[in-house]
Design a protein around this ligand. Structure first.
Ligand code: MSP
Length: 646
C-alpha cells in the first residue's frame, strides 16, 4: 500500500457554478479525508475541475468570452465555494493546465504503445451535456437516456480496446467485493459488463480546445478519457514519487458516472497502462428537487453557500456554523443506494431536531449543570460504565459505517450518542442527586462531559466548526485523534468549563395557516352565545401580588397527546435543573412533535393538580387565540432554562 491515503472526487464541469448535488461528491471526499486524518492516516485529498469538454468551449463561445479566461473564472468560483464549504483538499487538479496535459498525453501514449488504441471511424450520436457517445439503440425518443439533445457524429477517431478488458474487470470486481461500494451498484456494474463492452471512441476532431493526441494534433483526447486521468495527474505521475500516493483508497462519484466511466473505462485504462487500480469506488445517489435530479442544465439548483447563509440569517447561528448545518444535512441525507429529496421544510426540520434540540440541548444542559452542581470544572474520577459503553458503541458504529463509506449511517451513529446523552441526563437527573447530596453526582457529570467530548470528535468530520465550538466551551483544545475518543485522558479533571453559549438557536418555523373548515350548520336548538364582552380592566392588584407568581423559562423535552383527552398534551419540561410533568390544554393548536425543543414560560409555583389521573406540576402561559386556540408565549430570544421572568 502507498505511504499516503489518497482520496479522490469526481471533478465537476466548469460550465456553471456548483449546486448541492455537485457539492455532495466533493463534500463526501472531504468528510472521508477528515475522518481518515483523525484515524492517524497521512491523507492526500484531491479535488479539481473538468475543463476540456466541448460544452465548456461552447458555453464560453456563447458568451463571446475567451475560453481560457472563462474556465479560469469558473474554476476560481468552484474553489471559492468548495473552500467556503470547509472542503480542505491537498491538491486541486484543473484539467486545462499543463501538469494534467502532460500526464494525459503520457498515458495515452502508453496505451498506444501497449496496443490498446487503434484508429477507426466513429459514426453515432453524441450528447454534449454529459459528453457521452450513444448508439442509435441507446436513444429514447430521439434523445439520450437522460433526455438530453444528441448530435450525429461521423468522424475519424482513435478507439480504446475496452472489449479486451471484460474478463479482467469481472475478475477484479468478483474477487474484491468491496471494490464497488454497495452491493446494489456492484450488481448494476456486473450486469453492464456482462452485456458486453464495446470499444469506445477516445478522441474528437480538435475544436481548438482540449488536449491534442501525441503525434496527431488534429485530434483531441475525448474529454472523459482525459478527465479520468486527473486522479493520477494528482500523484505527479509519470514523474518519480507517484507511487507514494497511488493506488487511491477511494474515488467518490455520483451514481450517474459510475458504470460507464469509473467502474469500467477508468480501471480498464489503468490496467492497459500497467498501473495499479484504486481500492474502492463509492457512488452516492442523486439529490432530487421537486422529483427531479438537481442539475444546472435543468436550472433547478440550490446553491450550497446561499443555503448556509440563509439558515444563519434565519436562525441566528454564526455564518460558519451555517456551513456546518449544510454539511450535516447533505451527509445525513446522502445514500449509496437511493436518491434523496431536498426540501426546504426538511432542511429546517432537521436543523431544529438534530441541531437545535438534540445537540444544542445536550451541550447547554451538560455545561449548565456542571456549573450549577460541581463548580464549573471537570470532576475527577471515573465515568459511568453505561456512558462508556454508549461512547464505545457510537464509535464502533461510526467506524463500521465508514469502512463502507456510508456517511449517513456514520452521522447517525454520532447523533445516537447525542440522544443517549439527553436521555442519560433525564434518567440520572443530576438535580435530584444534588438535592439528596448523592455521591454519584460528580461521576454522572463527568460522564455527561465525556459524552460531549466524544460527540465533539464524532461530529468533527462533518461539522468541523461546531466541533471546535464544543471543544472551546469545554475549555479544551480540539480533539482530533480518533483513538482518544472516550478515553478518560481526553477530559482532564479540573478543566474550567465555559458558560454555555447556544450554537444553534432554534428556528421559528412558520406554521401553515389552519385548513379551511367546511361551514357548520347552525344548531337551532341552542340559543346564540352572548357576545364576549370587550376587554374590561379587572380590579387592580399590587406588585406584591404579581411577585407571588413565579414564572420561569422552560424547555419542552418530550411531548405526547394524553390518552383519552382531546385537549391535553403531556409535556416533560426542563426548568433549570429540574424536570417537571405539565399537562397543557393546547392539543388543538399544537401537534406534540412541534413542541419538542421549544422554550416556554412556566408558572412554577402553582399547586400540583391531577388531571385525568395524571399529575400536572405547573402551567404554561399562552394567549387566548380566536376559536379557542392557544398561542404559547416564549422568550423573544433563547434564554437559559430556569431563567426567572418578571
Ligand atoms: N465532469 C464529470 C466528472 C468527471 S470525473 C473524472 C461530471 N461533472 S458534473 O459536474 O456533471 O458532476 C460532478 C459530480 O456531481 C458527479 O459526481 C455527479 O454525479 C454529481 N452530481 C451532479 N448532480 C447531482 C445531483 N443532483 N445529486 C447528486 N450528485 C450529482 O460528471
Amino acid at each position: 500500500m502507498p505511504a499516503k491515503t489518497t482520496i479522490c472526487t469526481a471533478i465537476p464541469y466548469v460550465n456553471s457554478i456548483p449546486h448541492i448535488g455537485t457539492a455532495l461528491t466533493t463534500l463526501s471526499g472531504d468528510v472521508t479525508a477528515r475522518y481518515e486524518r483523525m484515524r492517524g492516516r497521512d491523507v492526500f485529498f484531491v479535488a479539481g475541475t473538468d475543463e476540456n469538454g466541448l460544452k465548456i468551449k461552447e458555453a464560453a463561445d456563447a458568451q463571446g468570452r475567451d475560453v481560457h479566461e472563462f474556465v479560469d473564472e469558473i474554476a476560481g468560483r468552484y474553489e471559492t465555494i468548495f473552500q467556503g464549504l470547509g472542503i480542505r483538499y491537498d491538491a486541486f487538479i484543473r484539467t486545462s493546465k499543463e501538469p494534467h496535459r502532460v500526464a494525459s498525453r503520457a498515458l495515452f501514449q502508453r496505451l498506444m504503445d501497449n496496443g490498446y488504441i487503434y484508429e477507426g471511424t466513429y459514426e453515432g450520436w453524441y450528447d454534449v451535456t454529459t459528453e457521452t457517445f450513444f448508439k442509435e439503440s441507446d436513444l429514447v425518443d430521439g434523445k439520450s437516456p437522460d433526455g438530453n439533445e444528441v448530435r450525429w457524429v461521423s468522424e475519424k477517431n482513435f478507439f480504446f480496446r475496452l472489449s479486451a478488458f471484460e474478463d479482467r474487470l469481472l475478475k477484479l470486481i468478483e474477487e474484491n467485493p468491496s471494490f464497488i461500494i454497495s452491493d446494489t451498484r456492484r450488481n448494476e456494474v456486473i450486469a453492464f459488463i456482462k452485456q458486453g463492452l464495446r470499444d469506445t471512441a477516445v478522441s474528437r476532431a480538435n475544436p481548438g480546445w482540449g488536449i491534442p493526441i501525441p503525434g496527431h494534433e488534429d485530434q483531441v483526447i475525448y474529454v472523459w478519457f482525459d478527465a479520468l486521468i486527473n486522479y493520477i495527474t494528482a500523484t505527479g505521475w509519470p514523474s518519480p514519487g507517484w507511487e507514494d500516493k497511488w493506488p487511491a483508497l477511494v474515488q467518490w462519484v455520483g451514481k450517474d458516472i459510475l458504470t460507464r466511466f469509473h467502474a469500467t473505462l477508468w480501471p480498464a485504462m489503468l490496467m492497459g497502462a500497467d498501473l495499479p487500480v484504486f481500492q474502492h469506488v463509492a457512488a452516492h445517489g442523486w439529490i432530487l428537487l421537486g422529483g427531479e435530479k438537481i442539475s444546472k442544465s435543468k436550472g433547478n439548483v440550490v446553491a450550497p453557500l446561499e443555503l448556509a447563509q440563509d439558515i444563519a440569517v434565519r436562525s441566528g447561528c454564526a455564518p460558519e456554523i451555517g456551513v456546518d448545518v449544510v454539511r450535516h444535512y447533505l451527509t445525513s441525507i446522502s445514500s449509496l443506494e437511493t436518491d434523496s429529496t431536498f426540501t426546504y421544510e426538511d432542511f429546517d426540520r432537521r436543523y431544529n431536531s438534530d441541531l437545535a434540540n438534540d445537540l444544542g440541548n445536550a451541550l447547554n444542559r451538560s455545561l449548565a449543570m456542571a456549573h450549577k452542581f460541581v463548580g464549573g470544572a471537570v470532576p475527577d474520577g471515573a465515568a459511568d460504565p453505561e456512558a462508556l459503553a454508549a461512547i464505545q458503541l457510537a464509535r464502533e458504529s461510526y467506524d463500521r459505517a465508514m469502512t463502507e463509506f456510508r456517511l449517513g449511517p456514520a452521522t447517525e451513529a454520532a447523533f445516537g450518542l447525542v440522544r443517549f446523552l439527553n436521555k442519560y441526563i433525564d434518567t440520572r437527573a443530576p438535580w435530584a442527586l444534588a438535592r439528596t447530596q448523592d455521591l454519584a453526582l460528580p461521576s454522572v457529570i463527568r460522564s455527561m462531559l465525556l459524552c460531549l467530548r466524544s460527540v465533539e470528535a464524532l461530529v468533527r468530520p462533518t461539522m468541523p466548526t461546531t466541533a471546535d465550538a464544543i471543544a472551546a466551551q469545554l475549555g479544551l483544545p480540539p480533539q482530533t485523534m480518533w483513538e482518544a475518543i472516550g478515553s478518560e485522558a481526553s477530559l482532564p479533571a479540573g478543566t474550567a468549563l465555559l458558560t454555555p453559549q447556544p450554537i444553534f438557536p432554534r428556528l421559528e418555523i412558520a406554521k401553515p395557516p389552519p385548513a379551511e373548515k367546511a361551514p357548520k350548520a347552525p344548531k337551532p336548538e341552542k340559543a346564540p352565545k352572548p357576545m364576549k364582552p370587550a376587554y374590561e380592566p379587572p380590579a387592580e392588584i399590587g406588585i406584591e401580588d404579581v411577585m407571588k407568581v413565579q414564572l420561569r423559562v422552560g424547555r419542552v423535552l418530550e411531548a405526547e397527546a394524553l390518552e383519552g383527552s382531546e385537549k391535553l398534551v403531556k409535556l416533560q419540561v426542563i426548568i433549570g435543573t429540574e424536570r417537571r410533568q405539565i399537562l397543557a390544554g393546547i392539543r388543538k393548536s399544537y401537534a406534540p412533535a412541534d413542541l419538542v425543543g421549544r422554550q416556554v414560560v412556566v408558572v412554577c409555583n402553582l399547586k400540583p393538580a391531577k388531571l385525568m389521573g395524571q399529575e400536572s406540576q405547573g402551567m404554561l402561559l399562552a394567549a387566548d387565540g380566536p376559536d379557542g386556540q392557544a398561542i404559547l408565549l416564549m422568550p423573544e430570544a433563547e434564554a437559559p432554562e430556569g431563567t426567572a421572568i418578571h
